[in-house]
Design a protein around this ligand. Structure first.
Ligand code: SF4
Ligand code: SF4
Length: 414
């Protein structure tokens, strides 16, 4: 059976329920959604540049990754710290409880009819949906946006470039809508699809996380308990930089193309036995403890190991014959990045070691106070205010490592 999406007369693609959910099928479907949405009046961009990066055929440079694991898997193992997510992120249980709370049934645990509307408990659901498929998607902003903003950053302007603020905000809205439409298309009788757009993440953080665990963490960001960045890293779509931002490097025409932009994801509860279209072969990553260990090492910039370093997109730690990068640290106006990173040899400087309260499980936490509080105040005063200088600098002129970009898919597959 074909897994290619079919295109309807409205210009909006759909995928048959029987098709395998793989990287290619998701990318193709999501590209079509973004292309269709971006033609609508609210997303018409009247400037000389496009919001999102395009591939050589003119299509949105959407990138996706798909991974599978058991419903018992700890989504955040090893990735709580770099994502700034805190100690109580939402796992599959909380995601299921959010879904079940909004999709009640008139049957009890034994399948008997009842007058009550009941949410199916996770323990019961897990007997049927014993496997989870995770999709992570990236909509990279265009290189023109980043390089223009980078020129502003270079002039040391205090305010951000308003074109960047608008592009980031519109790119987020586009991907939010695109991923929601993708999720609707993927939903079916054989699986439960939860679209992790901004609204769902916000609601899960408020509804499925007990009050005592909301905002209680070593470094929670934006008050949410789910990190799209960690999901992108976990599925092998992108990597953390020393800046705690994530990006994807690809080899194109002998150079390295860096993709950075909004991220969203979809969590699909499915049955190992009834999974339509099979697993999806090597286009779907099977999550393992070995892969988690690799990610822990890649994301920890105190790990000095030439094999690990050669696979890092971020060039903060220099390999032999390279110059270390560190440009995001140099242009961070609040000093948050310098206050959250080891030195270029992978050691924590003495002034950071003295701040014992900022270490959690042996790792230095991101300095949210300097980054988010400062930006938060400016955003209260000027509601379009954004910083994102670390993103612009990294995208426009952060050093690249061709070896890592070239070998990434093989490394990911192990
Ligand atoms: S968003 Fe701005 S203040 Fe925060 S880490 Fe990036 S450059 Fe620094
Ligand atoms: S700017 Fe350089 S050091 Fe910073 S995240 Fe990007 S590659 Fe790494």
């Amino acid at each position: 059976m074909s897994s290619r999406p079919t295109v309807t007369g409205s210009g909006s693609a759909t995928m048959p329920e029987s098709a395998a959910i793989t990287r290619n099928s998701v990318e193709e479907l999501l590209k079509e959604k973004i292309r269709h949405l971006s033609a609508q009046p609210e997303f018409q961009w009247k400037e000389d540049y496009t919001i999102f990066e395009q591939d050589s055929d003119g299509s949105p440079a959407v990138r996706a990754a798909v991974a599978v694991c058991s419903a018992d898997f700890d989504l955040w193992e090893g990735l709580r710290n770099p994502a700034k997510i805190g100690v109580f992120p939402a796992g599959f249980r909380e995601i299921w409880e959010y879904y079940a709370g909004n999709r009640k049934k008139r049957t009890d645990a034994s399948g008997r009819a009842t007058i009550f509307q009941l949410s199916e408990p996770f323990e019961q659901a897990r007997k049927c949906y014993n496997r989870v498929r995770i999709i992570s998607a990236l909509l990279p902003l265009s290189n023109e946006i980043f390089s223009t903003y980078n020129r502003y950053v270079r002039t040391k302007s205090f305010a951000p470039w308003d074109g960047y603020c608008q592009a980031w905000s519109q790119g987020n809205q586009l991907l939010d809508r695109g991923i929601t439409r993708l999720g609707m298309n993927l939903s079916g009788n054989e699986r439960v699809v939860v679209v992790m757009n901004n609204s769902t993440v916000e609601k899960i953080s408020k509804e499925a996380i007990p009050l005592t665990r909301q905002g209680v963490s070593h470094g929670v960001c934006k008050g949410v308990n789910y990190s799209q960045k960690s999901i992108a890293v976990l599925t092998g779509l992108a990597q953390f930089g020393v800046s705690r931002l994530v990006f994807r490097d690809e080899v194109v025409a002998g150079g390295v193309r860096r993709l950075i932009g909004p991220l969203r994801s979809v969590v699909i509860f499915e049955s190992e036995n009834a999974s339509a279209g099979g697993d999806g072969g090597d286009q779907v990553l099977s999550l393992s403890t070995m892969w988690q260990q690799k990610l822990r090492d890649l994301s920890d910039f105190t790990v000095i190991d030439s094999a690990v370093n050669s696979q890092r997109f971020c060039t903060y730690l220099a390999a032999s014959g390279e110059r270390g990068c560190g440009k995001c640290l140099a242009f961070c106006p609040s000093g948050a990045l310098a206050n959250s990173s080891p030195d270029p040899r992978g050691d924590y400087p003495r002034r950071l070691l003295q701040q014992e309260h900022r270490f959690w499980q042996g790792s230095l936490q991101f300095d949210n106070g300097s980054c988010c509080d400062d930006r938060g105040q400016l955003k209260t005063l000027y509601d379009e205010w954004m910083c994102g200088r670390c993103l612009a600098v990294c995208a426009a002129e952060g050093n690249r490592r061709g070896e890592a970009a070239e070998g990434w898919e093989d490394y990911r597959r192990g």
